[in-house]
Design a protein around this ligand. Structure first.
Ligand SMILES: Nc1ncnc2c1ncn2[C@@H]1O[C@H](COP(=O)(O)OP(=O)(O)OP(=O)(O)O)[C@@H](O)[C@H]1O
Length: 247
């Protein structure tokens, strides 16, 4: 019988790895050229990876694949031992809400809700139904303390906060479920130099305390200090490699 190659092979899960990518390719449309082609990439649990790349290098696409918002056209992706690229839609959404914390470029806080309600939305969406209100109240207080935010900020609308405060609330929301993996997509682009430094210090402190794995994307290489691995997406991505060799 002829040997067939599955377009979506499984990988034998290795529990010490937070992320495993194997022969991953992604196209936005069936007839379009692939934008990403990654032979292999692995990240150990508890490590911090800094992903850099020029505009258009595929950073956002890479993060969407890791979080299961996009599914590879070919290849396999395991996240925290789960074949995320093969989970069905609703299961993937639940997995993401429970195990991955996100910090976005524009924070994505709901402006008309209080800090507490913004964070509660992430907490209850991850199916934390068994946890009591008291558990949530304790956890939010603990996070606000760690992030050096006054406790009474919890009742304020996020639209009434400074950019630096909003960014800290975004960290608190990402950490509320003690996620094993934190994904940060250009989270410092709206901050000035001083706020950027204190944001990075706080984020790395929180990640260490939580023992989470961190994947941090930025085009600003000066932020890479303190990371275990620095990945240039243009070197990892065979499509970009081809393009840069052609130039
Ligand atoms: N929804 C889409 N449909 C078609 N092509 C897309 C789509 N989103 C992104 N692309 C293309 O995929 C490539 C990678 O885009 P991506 O947004 O991942 O890059 P990036 O490194 O995050 O860029 P930036 O730093 O400018 O945000 C680009 O060529 C882009 O034009």
């Amino acid at each position: 019988m002829p040997k067939t190659t599955s377009p979506n092979p499984t990988i034998n899960c290795n529990s010490s790895l937070a992320v495993e990518m194997h022969t991953v390719q992604f196209k936005y449309h069936k007839t379009a050229n692939p934008v990403l082609s990654i032979p292999n990439w692995y990240l150990h649990a508890g490590e911090k990876a800094f992903i850099q790349g020029a505009s258009g290098a595929g950073k956002s696409t890479f993060l969407k694949l890791l979080s299961g918002l996009l599914v590879p056209t070919q290849g396999a992706i395991n996240v925290l031992g789960q074949p995320i690229s093969q989970l069905k839609g609703a299961k993937r959404d639940r997995f993401r809400a429970k195990h991955i914390g996100f910090i976005f470029q524009q924070f994505n806080l709901i402006p008309y809700l209080s800090v507490r309600d913004n964070i509660a939305a992430a907490y209850y969406f991850s199916n934390n139904k068994s946890s009591s209100k008291k558990d949530f109240a304790n956890r939010i207080n603990e996070l606000l303390n760690t992030l050096r935010l006054p406790l009474d900020i919890a009742e304020r609308k996020t639209s009434a906060l400074s950019i630096g405060q909003q960014q800290r609330v975004a960290i608190a929301r990402a950490l509320i479920n003690n996620p094993e993996l934190i994904i940060a997509d250009e989270p410092t682009s709206a901050l000035d130099a001083a706020a950027r430094d204190s944001f990075m210090t706080l984020l790395l402190e929180c990640v260490a305390e939580n023992e989470s794995t961190l994947i941090f994307v930025s085009h600003d290489k000066t932020l890479a200090r303190g990371f275990d691995e620095i990945v240039d997406l243009q070197n990892l991505n065979e499509i970009q490699k081809g393009a840069s060799h052609a130039n």
